[in-house]
Design a protein around this ligand. Sequence first.
Ligand code: NAG
Ligand code: NAG
Ligand code: NAG
Ligand code: NAG
Ligand code: NAG
Ligand code: NAG
Ligand code: NAG
Ligand code: NAG
Ligand code: NAG
Ligand code: NAG
Ligand code: NAG
Ligand code: NAG
Length: 815
Amino acid sequence: MARVAQFVVSGLLAATVANGQSFDGTSRSEDAFSYVQPENTTILGPYGHSPAVLPSPNATGTGEWKEAYAKAQEFVAKLTIDEKADMVTGQPGPCVGNIVAIPRLGFPGLCLQDGPLAIRVADYASVFAAGVTVASTWDRDLLYERGYAMGQEFKAKGAHVALSPVAGPLGRSAYAGRNWEGFAADPYLTGVAMEKTIRGHQDAGVQATPKHFIGNEQETQRNPTYNPNGTLTDVIQEALSSNIDDRTMHELYLWPFANAVRAQAASFMCAYQRLNGSYACENSKALNGLLKEELGFQGYVMSDWGGTHSGVSSIEGGLDMNMPGGLGAYGKTPGVGSFFGKNVTYAVNNGTVDESRVDDMIIRIMTPYYWLGQDEDYPEVDPSSADLNTFSPRSTWIREFNLTGERSRDVRGDHAELIRKLAAEATVLLKNEKQALPLKAPKNIAIFGNDAGENTMGAVNEATFEFGNLAAGGGSGTGRFTYLVSPLEAIKTRAKEDDALVQYFLNNTQIATNNVTDLWVPATPDACLVFLKTWAEEGADREHLTVDYNGNEVVESVAKSCNNTIVITHSSGINVLPWANHPNVTAILAAHYPGQEAGNSIVDVLYGDVNPAGHLPYTIAKNATDYNAPPTTELSTDGTHDWQSWFDEKLEIDYRYFDAKNISVQYEFGFGLSYTTFSISDINAEQVAESIPSIPEDQPIQPGGNPALWETIYNVTVAVTNSGDVKGATVPQLYVTFPDSTPEGTPPKQLRGFEKVSLAPGESRTVGFELMRRDLSYWDIVSQKWLVPEGEFVLSVGFSSRDLKEVAKITPVSV
Ligand SMILES: *[C@@H]1O[C@H](CO)[C@@H](O)[C@H](O)[C@H]1NC(C)=O
Ligand SMILES: *[C@@H]1O[C@H](CO)[C@@H](O)[C@H](O)[C@H]1NC(C)=O
Ligand SMILES: *[C@@H]1O[C@H](CO)[C@@H](O)[C@H](O)[C@H]1NC(C)=O
Ligand SMILES: *[C@@H]1O[C@H](CO)[C@@H](O)[C@H](O)[C@H]1NC(C)=O
Ligand SMILES: *[C@@H]1O[C@H](CO)[C@@H](O)[C@H](O)[C@H]1NC(C)=O
Ligand SMILES: *[C@@H]1O[C@H](CO)[C@@H](O)[C@H](O)[C@H]1NC(C)=O
Ligand SMILES: *[C@@H]1O[C@H](CO)[C@@H](O)[C@H](O)[C@H]1NC(C)=O
Ligand SMILES: *[C@@H]1O[C@H](CO)[C@@H](O)[C@H](O)[C@H]1NC(C)=O
Ligand SMILES: *[C@@H]1O[C@H](CO)[C@@H](O)[C@H](O)[C@H]1NC(C)=O
Ligand SMILES: *[C@@H]1O[C@H](CO)[C@@H](O)[C@H](O)[C@H]1NC(C)=O
Ligand SMILES: *[C@@H]1O[C@H](CO)[C@@H](O)[C@H](O)[C@H]1NC(C)=O
Ligand SMILES: *[C@@H]1O[C@H](CO)[C@@H](O)[C@H](O)[C@H]1NC(C)=O
């Protein structure tokens, strides 16, 4: 009841201050939006000022999980209190996260492994294309296939839980170090990618873990600063607080996580940083309120590694599993004490925590385990994972782990083929003039750049590797390559078919500081291929948006002397490309992080075996200074709670911002060329639901929230035609412009539909976009509901966010 009262009060406040409503109930006036951190931290901080949403709701085993829920209930009834404490607390062991076995009940424990593009701590496993790469396909089937293939590998290695996929960061800031692990700077595209990936993982039998919930939009100060001379939990400065208003929370950051719950994700990982003043892993408004109540999440919440900062308050706040179990920051303390562990036993015995809450934690953990059949013939943990695990090496293990499974199992299957296809389909053709691409059997090829060749320093990428193809970023989201096909290797192989001359220059300093005509012999090459890379990793935000290793100078140097300079970037995402309009730069391809078949994938595109169909999942601005919402990287004060990040741009991230401010860009969100051309015609919008009242029907909550929000209410169709002369695929995209009656701050247009369609030359097909109620609603902070605003919507369909071809106007009718 307290919760409801709080919303009514804050909702009224909000209504009178024109949406100046903070997510935690703190109101701010419209003209205060520009303010930075006030000295007075009691306004949002310190710690613990998000509204309390208590108690933590029990799982109820709704829908498909009913039978598994009953099994989980039976299981928990057999546990002693110490076993219960074990079930919710990680231990050092063979995997990145471990729940110990309970042999007397035949429970083998749980093995949790990174990450979003590969099972990282493993040998003989594949390295897939990164999230940003696969998002660039805008291809629902490929997203699912990748999720499924990854799931197969986790399972075959004995991992019960895959710490994947990522919707936080969403991409608020162009600089955030982990954007590439997630999908797109747009909630709709990311939502679809989450849903497809999760279904893929779980159909293969492994539990998915959408992360990092929520507001994890930068790396800087994501964790507290600890006193190196103090105890493990002696904090000098608390982690950054992401301060997000209620509407922005729902319409941007929570949106893709709602898709994740709807896809029946087994577990959620809460984020490191604070959210509106209190740590994300003990933020009851986020975990109990948004996730478990509003979205009806039935699985369990695990902490990010070292992201737990309390025992009882975290448990009450909705955290169900403490990972990796010990105290302190990431990596510091395997096996040392725990906010959970024995403390759970104490807290239950002394009456602070109700045992039914601990039971609920375990039921939430065990329901997906039974639902996915993990109690039946699940593969054992591969002992090689333990050898490779530097996070909790054998010397740190306290409990017993019997690793009797076969060592070094090869789990790659035929996934190389899929990885090659994925990355080729994901390659975004940004520029193609003078018919530079596809290559037409060139006889003289020059290759430039330190990204082209072999990686000479190891199987797991690091920031310091100057030479070598960059096919994955760094941190827990990386992968261990069993091999990597470099672009140089693949081009050499392909060029043999044409008996071509292949010359290569891999030292960027040499290229940038020389007249390249002194390098190549005898004549100007038919094609100069320049390979550039851009590193990004967990734990650090990017310092700039340009390509690394003097890449801009490399391009300038080559383009001075080669009138067919083709640039390929392997990058974490956003790069500004100052040479994009250089007349000798005839083609640009953004290949992102393609995974282990990098060279083959790009050769397929360069030579036209695959017609590129990738589209940007973010905007490339003309100038780095054009981007808003930079990470908070510096403080002028040293107060404990001073790290604050105000999401004052609200809904205006990426294209929403560039559109709202009418800023011209280099390549807009959704942009991508093909070797053929397409046209769109005959838009038609049909109201499917008989009546569309503004307020959704209050249906019982299911995973994903009120089912009424997911009902199709409109169907929009267009005809798409391949008007060129080669086969190819394109991605028509639907953007919604809301009626004027929608509260202020609504972006000019928002993606609400896309469909990849493959067409033979001359072929035409009808493509449908089914709009759900949520797609045509805004989050009303007063009623705490998604409402369809009154008036006329404009639906625009085109090939990018700024290349809109057809427009339909609709006014939903309520009868
Ligand atoms: C800080 O802000 C709170 C809430 O507005 C106010 O009650 C308090 O007096 C302020 N403290 C200082 C030192 O300004
Ligand atoms: C959860 O269920 C238990 C019974 O198993 C009950 O005692 C407890 O009150 C319930 N908690 C909530 C928050 O409903
Ligand atoms: C930790 O101890 C060192 C050595 O005494 C000292 O220089 C440093 O300032 C101390 N750091 C903190 C945060 O107290
Ligand atoms: C209980 O939690 C405290 C921190 O609050 C920690 O210092 C202690 O080691 C924990 N006890 C156990 C047995 O893990
Ligand atoms: C009960 O135990 C918990 C965990 O050790 C501790 O944090 C809490 O202070 C204890 N409460 C009482 C009343 O002893
Ligand atoms: C390990 O194997 C031994 C011998 O079979 C058994 O007694 C013990 O319970 C096992 N321990 C675990 C944690 O599985
Ligand atoms: C790269 O070229 C520069 C300039 O020619 C040279 O100084 C440097 O040693 C070269 N690096 C390597 C690794 O050969
Ligand atoms: C590079 O050298 C060639 C041959 O000497 C010369 O024609 C050309 O102008 C030089 N280019 C640049 C950019 O200096
Ligand atoms: C383009 O390349 C040609 C050599 O093919 C060169 O003569 C010309 O100056 C270059 N143009 C620019 C703008 O650098
Ligand atoms: C580059 O210059 C050569 C020689 O002038 C010319 O034959 C060729 O068509 C030019 N290529 C492009 C892509 O402009
Ligand atoms: C980018 O913007 C900054 C600041 O307005 C300006 O100094 C710089 O020259 C611009 N760079 C380019 C390449 O336009
Ligand atoms: C929407 O239109 C497409 C294309 O005509 C069609 O396949 C689909 O069944 C339609 N969906 C609904 C809900 O009418």
